[in-house]
Structures are given as structure tokens and as C-alpha cells.
Design a protein around this ligand. Structure first.
Ligand code: PRP
Ligand code: MN
Ligand code: MG
Length: 181
């Protein structure tokens, strides 16, 4: 990771591991959605990298749309109260939707988003996330495609940020506590 190596305690998932796992997930998605036009919905900003790589690896006719949401509340942690910063351009009625996320942490953001998108009448809606932290879950969400289950530590890279930095790292690393304490 060149110049930011000192900010990481460990490289958790390499670029190559991500590439190979996304390819496996794409083969599953291709089987599950054969003959369908799938609308991929990326959740800005974290999902940009996984969306870009997943979409290019998928041998299916897809379209892409994006949502930007913000969780706000008293603390630093996600409150589950979500505000839409940028809504979809697409009408979801009758659509086959696959939400693309970088990480499910508490699950509060996605739980809210799922309810919001379901109310718009899609034919189906499923979730694909690169990372999930089972120990951090505060709500139970049914996630169809999970790249990697990871421990409850602060990770950055491949779209994931700390204070907007590190999104451009090619793999996922554990941020050194000294960086954020
Ligand atoms: C991060 C991440 C997920 C969400 C997961 O986004 O990209 O979207 O938090 O957290 P949760 O499961 O606890 O709700 P963030 O709000 O940091 O915005 P970003 O994608 O722009 O970094
Ligand atoms: Mn996000
Ligand atoms: Mg973030």
C-alpha cells in the first residue's frame, strides 16, 4: 500500500483475494439471475470500488444507479436514522434490484434503506456486500451475497474510509488505533 503502510496494523484482504472472491460471487449471481435484467444500486460513497469491479465481472445485462445516504444522530456511530442525500434516478416498480455495499457494520443503514426501497414496488430486492462484521450487527438482515465476514475492527481501503481517506487502497486493511485516537 506504499505510503500509508504505517497507518495500518495489518492487511486483512489483498487485492487478489477481493478479485477472486468477487469472481465467485459473480458466478452465483449469474446463475441466480439468468435471463433477468438486474438493476445494481450502489450506496455512495463506500460502494464505488466494489460496484465498479462487480459490474465489470458480471456477464449479465445490468444497469446501475446510485443512492447517497447519511446516518445522523448524537454519537459517531450509525443511529439508524437515515437521510437521503441523493435519491435514485430510476423508478423501481417491477425491477429486479441488487443493492451493492462495501460493508455491513451495525446493519442500521441498510435496514432502513431496504425498507425504503421495498416500499417502491420492485419485483425483488437482494443485497450483495463485500464485507460483513457479524459481531457488530444490531439488526438482523438477510444478505444473499457476502464476500468476507471480518472481525469487529476498524477497516479501511477499497472504498472504505476513515475521515474520507484511504478509499483508494487496493485491498482492505486494519487501521492502526493511533490514527484515530
Ligand atoms: C459506511 C459503509 C456502509 C455503512 C455501514 O458508510 O459504507 O454504507 O457505513 O454501517 P452500518 O451497517 O453500521 O449502518 P458511511 O456512512 O461511512 O458513508 P460512506 O460510504 O460515504 O463512507
Ligand atoms: Mn457507505
Ligand atoms: Mg464512511
Amino acid at each position: 500500500f506504499t505510503d500509508v503502510n504505517d497507518d495500518l496494523t495489518e492487511i486483512l484482504i489483498t487485492e487478489e483475494q477481493i478479485r477472486s472472491r468477487l469472481a465467485e460471487l459473480c458466478r452465483e449471481i449469474e446463475r441466480d439471475y439468468a435471463g433477468k435484467d438486474v438493476l445494481l444500486i450502489g450506496v455512495l460513497k463506500g460502494a464505488v470500488m466494489v460496484m465498479a469491479d462487480l459490474a465489470r465481472e458480471l456477464k449479465l445485462p445490468i444497469t446501475m444507479d446510485w443512492m447517497a445516504v447519511s446516518s445522523y444522530g448524537s454519537g459517531t456511530a450509525s443511529s439508524g436514522v437515515v437521510r437521503i442525500l441523493k435519491d435514485l434516478d430510476t423508478d423501481l416498480s417491477g425491477k429486479t434490484v441488487l443493492i451493492v455495499e462495501d460493508i455491513i457494520d451495525s446493519g442500521l443503514t441498510l435496514s432502513w434503506l431496504l425498507a425504503n426501497l421495498r416500499s417502491r414496488g420492485p419485483e425483488s430486492i437482494e443485497i450483495c456486500t463485500l464485507l460483513r462484521k457479524p459481531e457488530a450487527a444490531r439488526v438482523d438482515i438477510d444478505v444473499k451475497y457476502v464476500g468476507f465476514e471480518i472481525p469487529n475492527q476498524f477497516v479501511v481501503g477499497y472504498g472504505l474510509d476513515y475521515a474520507e481517506k484511504y478509499r483508494n487502497l487496493r485491498g482492505v486493511g486494519i487501521l492502526a488505533p493511533a490514527v484515530y485516537s
